[in-house]
Design a binder for this molecule. Structure first.
Ligand SMILES: [Zn+2]
Length: 167
């Protein structure tokens, strides 16, 4: 079973304003990715979160033309270690939490030694970790569901390939 991969298009309509001074520069962060059915080019998903690793059964049926295609998602046991890590710790999350951690560490060095800034730094570090912990808990639920789908014979391309249907 060989499914056509979905068509992916990146949209960055405000890229040009980055070259001009002023607040409108912030518009360069408005970007999204659209995913199209390879048969009829209907959009089935838009993502504002870049470089996503998605869990799912891979096979997606287009609502418009009814044809099946590969939407790029895979179930948890099918992912390699790098993709598993990227699913749990996406770059944007690491960037945000990393920023907090750096701020906490810097505050220790900038403030005078006699002032007790350790508790403050501890609180900021804890705040930095909260999004990571919440994120990982939510992701764990997704992983458990994905493993469940995989073990219970959802329509995964890999599996239908392995079994090789008789007809
Ligand atoms: Zn279609």
């Amino acid at each position: 079973m060989n499914l056509l991969p979905a068509i992916r298009e990146d949209h960055n309509p405000f890229a040009i304003v980055g070259f001009f001074p002023g607040l409108q520069r912030l518009l360069i962060f408005v970007r999204w990715t659209s995913y199209h059915c390879p048969h009829c080019r209907a959009v089935y998903r838009r993502d504002f979160w870049p470089a996503n690793v998605r869990l799912g059964p891979a096979e997606h049926t287009c609502k418009k033309c009814g044809d099946a295609f590969d939407d790029g998602s895979r179930e948890w046991p099918e992912l390699g270690l790098a993709k598993k890590l990227r699913f749990l710790f996406p770059p944007l999350l690491i960037g945000i939490s990393g920023g907090f951690l750096v701020a906490a560490i810097l505050s220790l060095f900038i403030s005078p030694r006699d002032e007790n800034s350790w508790p403050e730094a501890g609180i900021v570090s804890a705040l930095a970790l909260i999004p990571v912990i919440v994120w990982c808990l939510v992701r764990l639920i997704w992983i458990v569901r994905s493993r469940h789908r995989y073990q219970n014979g959802g329509p995964t391309m890999q599996r239908s390939f392995d079994i090789g249907r008789p007809n």
